[in-house]
Design a protein around this ligand. Structure first.
Ligand code: NAP
Length: 325
């Protein structure tokens, strides 16, 4: 039975990843930082899911966890995942999303040396490592030019994974472009929009306040991206893989799609307001990935298109409102 360790198991991607691996029959271990009711409920229902309390800032604890679990596969999904929050906590971001990667990879390396077994590691890297990219679309050879504490920490994690790969560890990275689901927290612009769209549709009034409406992003469906990480772990060669749809849409288009899906109709624009407070200090206008390598080598392809991603999120938010009534 494959034994797997996931950091960030309580997050959007960690939950989907745990579910996929449990369905496949794996024994899943997860690092849990704060007490999360959903993860606990899943663990209670699932004898092959084991949760371990701990903190990515605790290097000794991480080493002991990897040594104790002895995973065949290690997925590092934990850390600060919000660009905006990383500006509030730049040092913590460096620690959790940067330094912790080195700690985990070193622990995996030591386990591999001790056991003589391959430890397959996947680092959840990010399109934010490209920052103000010098080319579009971005691929695995695009130079790293992060423009936020989050992007800088992820760039370090990305680079240290390559260093351990050079040393002989199966350390793959998935350079994840934005991916969404109903499990996205409302602190992210996409879920903020879908939650607001549902509320506006129910109340028949109200607005959603946004920053740069023209920012273009490449938005995919979270479970697809998790599946890519599993494929990267199990691929013969460890490598960097851009995971993206290759299609972009603006924040305005996201808002239009969400408000229309919620049933607001042609006057959707009356419900969108620009608030300069939500503009980022430095923001890439266009982020779009070229997933050719993942398609070619991992046989990976996105299965849910933009309208359906937005639609599933809006439907979920409408459902939540109905349940609350
Ligand atoms: P998420 O929902 O924000 O989850 C982050 C996870 O990290 C949570 O489980 C959180 O647990 C955990 N964590 C935070 N601080 C921790 C600490 N001190 N010790 C241990 N765990 C801690 O993120 P996601 O959207 O699933 O993303 C997964 C990974 O992909 C992240 O590394 C992110 O940077 C990367 N990524 C995501 C996207 C995207 O569009 N979603 C795009 C590019 C890259 P608590 O809640 O208990 O603190």
């Amino acid at each position: 039975m494959t034994r797997v360790l996931i950091t960030g198991i309580t997050g959007q991607d960690g939950g989907y990843l745990a579910e996929q691996l449990l369905d496949e029959g794996a024994e899943v271990h997860g690092l849990v930082h704060t007490q999360d009711g959903t993860a606990r409920a899943l663990a209670d229902a699932h004898p092959r899911l084991h949760l371990h309390g701990g903190d990515l800032a605790d290097a000794e604890g991480l080493r002991a966890l990897v040594a104790g679990v002895e995973p065949d596969e290690l997925y590092n999904l934990g850390g600060i995942s919000s660009v905006a929050y990383s500006w509030e906590q730049p040092v913590l971001t460096a620690q959790l999303s940067g330094v912790a990667v080195a700690v985990l990879l070193q622990a995996a390396w030591e386990l591999q040396e001790r056991s003589g077994r391959l430890v397959r590691c996947v680092q959840a890297s990010s399109s934010e490592i490209f920052g103000q990219a010098d080319r579009s679309p971005q691929d695995e050879d695009t130079p790293l030019r992060p423009v936020s504490p989050y992007g800088a920490a992820k760039a370090y994690g990305h680079s240290i994974a390559a260093a351990y790969r050079g040393k002989g560890l199966h350390a793959a990275t998935c350079i994840l472009f934005n991916h969404e689901s109903p499990r996205r927290p409302v602190t992210f612009v996409t879920r903020k929009i879908t939650a607001a769209a549902a509320r506006i549709a129910v109340d028949g009034r109200g607005t959603v306040e946004l920053g740069n409406l023209d920012a273009r992003r490449d938005w995919g469906w979270a479970p697809d991206y998790v599946d890519a990480m599993v494929r990267a772990a199990r691929h013969t060669e460890a490598a960097d893989f851009v995971i993206a749809t290759g299609q972009t849409h603006t924040v305005a288009e996201f808002a239009e799609a969400a408000l229309r899906r919620a049933g607001v109709g042609d006057d959707w624009a009356d419900h969108v307001e620009v608030n300069p407070a939500f503009l980022r200090p430095l923001d890439a206008e266009v982020m779009v990935g070229d997933p050719s390598r993942a398609r070619r080598e991992l046989g990976w392809t996105p299965t849910v298109d933009f309208d359906e991603v937005v639609g599933r999120m809006v439907d979920h938010d409408l459902e939540l409102l109905r349940e609350g009534e």
